[in-house]
Design a protein around this ligand. Sequence first.
Ligand code: M6R
Length: 611
Amino acid sequence: MCGIVGYTGHQPAKDIIIDGLKKLEYRGYDSAGIALLEEDKIVVRKKKGKIANLEKSIAGEKFYATTGIGHTRWATHGAPTDANAHPHINEDGSIAVVHNGIIENYMELKEKLENEYNIHFRSETDTEVIAQLLGVLYKEKHNLQDSVYAASKMMKGAYTFAAVCDQEQDRIVAFRKDTPLIAGLGDGCNFLASDVTPLLKYLDQIYLIDNGEMVVCTPNQIEIFDEDYKPVQREPLHVNWSVEDAQKGGYQHFMLKEINEQPKAVSETLGRRLDEEGHVHLDGISLTKEDLARIHKIDIVACGTAYHAGLIGKYLIEKFTGIPVEVDIASEYRYRDPLVDEHTLFIAVSQSGETLDTLMSLREAKAKGARVLSIVNVVGSSVARESDDVFYTWAGPEIAVASTKAYTTQLICLYLLALYIGRLNEHITEEYAQNILGELKLLPKKIQKILDHSSKIENMAKLLYNRPQVFYIGRGMDSAVAYEGSLKLKEISYINSFAIAAGELKHGTIALIEPETTVIAIATQDFLYPKMYSNIEEIKARHAHIISLVKEGHEEISQISTDVIEIPDCRDEVSPVLAIVPLQLFAYYMARERGENIDKPRNLAKSVTVE
Ligand code: M6R
């Protein structure tokens, strides 16, 4: 949560920083601000609300600074107000700071600064502590980088921050702890940012900053120091995402663009992993037959949509490999003292690779001896860097808060992994593996077919958008699809929604079904079709409005439903990749009809780097 941008060079910094913040607005958007090094003083401007509010409020002002820092906030400590917005400054305004994370001992530090140095705080944030602490340390050290290093040793928690000082023109000093930070290597200018998207316009070489490292940026140099304050020599990383990838490309919203990118994304994820003979080749994974013989169980750990991908992964891995799989929500896993040892394969699934709960669970499993494999979209992210093996989803940048193409590509990675392990331990035959691979290769075209008929779902949303609640049911892998469909709907349309395994409905939840309750019944698993038929009958008897999601030509359920959404015919094993697409479209069109802020839903952020 929260986005940081820093620029130092020879161009006016304000526009570059604001433009960069707009690319990071997905990380938080309840307030924004900038600090500019104008001649001998720091000028801070900050405003509650989106970056557009900040821009409007400074539209008439002229700034000449060529160095500055900026921030877009997702509030943790203190309400989203002008005063709590970043940057925060020390008492005499000589130092400004932007921060991403939570300082766990900020109360203790605050009391010390108030009692021993008579400092008066102006905000309710933990971040102001960094600015005030740097102010005190600077008086002693007369140097920003020494002060930042000293401050980093006094704080606990997650505290990636960037600071500027009016005594040190053309210099930004930043520190990374548990939330992301990269440095961008430009021509006569250098950047700092929470991720690569603000930089794509200017450069293609970046440094990944590791936990506990400090970066000092001037227009001509980027210096990195380790935890012991020793200089770090590191090769820059080449970034091959294009600027267009991070733009809307004519779509009304990033979410719609990303839904429509799924045929390409799935084909890319798959294509990179199949050799000419059609065998699965796992780049980034070095799991041998001997390694596998030591694995007795697999733990899949993730949050939100990535967790829903994990639920499907359990079905696939158990079916294709015969190895028991547990799936857990990361925030639960890390505090339940999980039974993990060197016989466990831990799989983290994460689009951003920065979700703090997932990262902490990974560390917990690693400390207990597990082998750690991650399925990640963002190259060089923390989860990727701390894993033994990384399997990239290659979905390209996902900007909308609601995850779509990252999810479908996570599923593809799980299919490939399950097939690979299944062949390695010979739980499945080559013939069966080739059958599934054949079906996977057909998915891009089949997804495209669903997208080509999206107007049916758009029209459905025009009739239903005012419904107060929409429930989702399914059996087997369709129950996981139901959870994901329901999450999509509630997070962007704010319609009350829950999902439940269809067979569980009658154990209590069916009490909520009334005439006109909307229920989306997902029935794409042929072997469970008769069971779903009975569950739908139970709901129909309570006069609910039933929308069934079935494979083409499955007439029986269609006949007892109010409305039907069809997906192209396919084997049961691969249907989750198709079934989610109409549900993403349904959520999107419902939210659009309601006039909601689809790409940036209220209270949410794309990357959740707090507990
Ligand atoms: O970056 P991650 O995949 O680790 O993020 C996990 C969840 O926060 C994320 O999937 C969230 O649930 C999505 N916004 C849902 O669309």
